[in-house]
Ligand binder design. Sequence first.
Ligand code: PMP
Length: 297
Amino acid sequence: MRDTEGDRPLIWIDGAMLPRSQAKISVFDHGLLYGDGCFEGIRAYGGRIFKCRSHIDRLYRSADKIRLEIPYSKDEIDRVMRECLKANDIKDGYIRLVVTRGVGTLGLHPFRCPRPGVICIADSISLYPPEMYETGMPIIVAKRPRIPVDCLDPRIKSLNYLNNILAKIEAIDAGVLEALMLNKQGEVCECTGDNVFAVKNGAIATPDSESGLLEGITRRFVIDLCKKLGLPIEERILRLEDVTGADEVFLTGTAAEIIAVKSIDGNPVGDGKGEGPITRRLREGFREVLAQGAPED
Ligand code: PMP
């Protein structure tokens, strides 16, 4: 998709579709200066935008929680994403929607930034090596807890990802790509960029929203898929032992989709022989839904 002149992908910024080399923001943008803003990562499959409405709704919810008023309607944002896919001839790809506080002074004051900045990037993505979907991926448990809800609610998909990035560095230092994050009570929350599910004796569980996590769109889709397939699914508090002692563990996320966990801190999950039957059933179920046309609700 990229070309040598740096023109591709074309990027939409504040109403203009610009070549990549010209798609720039001000050094005074509070998105850069303070991580003040919010974003979404969205996938397109076969030219349809997977769970488009849910992502747009979450973006507006995040913006609302940080008192940021997006200067476009939801329908306009929807159109911008489709325009970006079309302009770059992308049918299967990844969309990054970013809303920044906008250009302001060097002080923190968010309301001295007169107009939020809106950016839409459509490109390709591949998060984990394809073979990991068969073998499962090794992860660790991060020492650093997930930021508490009353400090910065993880339901806000904000531009401030340092809590996750520092846990991701723990993972990278340990030679793996993901880290499981616990909350301050020691309960399981989520991974640095993915939600987590555990399967024990055929029963599936995932931490409830109160645990302090980003309510993933893929997480919700998988919960609904479990119900559709008649698989028992529960949202509840998960202790670390529920995950380390599970038969299967898998992660969900827009970029990751559904991926099995092979080991935690070097200890095998289940028989440690790669993707388990429930994870496989769900991954196939996900593909079957997409083959019928990705749902855009
Ligand atoms: N948790 C965190 C911290 C994330 O950043 C993400 C998205 N990358 C997820 C969970 C998964 O959310 P979604 O399924 O909406 O992509």
